[in-house]
Design a protein around this ligand. Structure first.
Ligand SMILES: Nc1ncnc2c1ncn2[C@@H]1O[C@H](COP(=O)(O)OP(=O)(O)OP(=O)(O)O)[C@@H](O)[C@H]1O
Ligand SMILES: [Mg+2]
Length: 225
């Protein structure tokens, strides 16, 4: 089976999809035939009979991945709420075995697969069976990258996410700071403080409207390792 990475964030709407799209694009430019897989998506757009998995569509467009974006998603729910509630509202159950099976198909097709979570790492998937987002990296055998905002409040949310993952014995490969402005003294300080107190490397930064991840110290190769 191919290798991969699990992309989480300090919360919802922080930039997992934006950063995943750039990561897939840059890994492909570098020579990998990197793919993308999203286990659970809520807030899918329904247009007549068609379900549009927006996150997968954005990644496919940015990174030039072919095929129907929906094939890269195991569960696409219409309500824009937490996956556990979205599944409940649609009378469905999120089944871990299906996620493992679907991931395996992608992992066998590609030498590397970028897997995007939904929301943050403690997002519930099914409360009855106590299935949470943090169960996925472990069962899929993946290390994690945390996407965090570069701005105010990020030290707190990033530390909490790193600390939770470490306590859960999930390996954090590094952090990518989104909406990073090199001219902003607080952004530069946040980067340093996060590395110091979390004891995890910042692998790269992405500017607002950036078209690439600016990797630090050859981190792209380290992600692929
Ligand atoms: N660096 C950036 N520059 C410009 N816009 C950005 C950037 N990062 C994220 N955005 C925008 O912010 C919004 C949220 O980003 P994104 O969809 O990537 O978050 P997410 O963490 O994937 O959210 P979800 O939890 O819903 O999957 C989107 O409209 C996206 O285009
Ligand atoms: Mg997303």
């Amino acid at each position: 089976m191919g290798k991969g990475i699990f992309i989480t964030a300090t919360g919802t709407d922080i930039g997992k999809t934006y950063v995943s799209a750039l990561l897939v694009k840059q890994l492909r430019q570098w020579g990998s035939n990197c793919g993308y897989y999203k286990p659970v998506l809520s807030g899918a757009i329904v247009d007549g009979d068609e379900i549009i998995a927006d996150d997968a569509q954005i990644v496919c467009t940015t990174a030039g991945l072919k095929g129907n974006p929906l094939d890269r998603v195991s569960y696409a729910f219409e309500p824009a709420v937490s996956p556990h509630l979205a599944a409940q509202m649609e009378g469905k159950h999120i089944v871990l075995e299906k996620i493992i099976e679907d991931f395996t198909v992608h992992a066998n097709r590609n030498d590397f697969t970028v897997v995007e979570g939904a929301g943050g790492i403690i997002t519930p998937l099914d409360l009855d069976i106590k299935l949470f987002m943090y169960d996925l990296p472990d069962v899929l055998g993946l290390d994690v990258i945390i996407v965090a905002d570069a701005g105010l409040g990020t030290i707190n949310t990033t530390y909490l996410t790193v600390d939770f993952l470490k306590r859960s014995m999930i390996n954090v490969k590094g952090i990518i700071l989104n909406n990073f402005d090199i001219e902003d003294v607080m952004h530069r300080d946040n980067l340093q403080v996060i590395e110091r107190i979390c004891e995890v490397k910042v692998l790269g930064t992405v500017k607002t409207n950036g078209t690439r991840i600016d990797f630090i110290d050859g981190a792209l190769e380290k992600i692929y390792e």
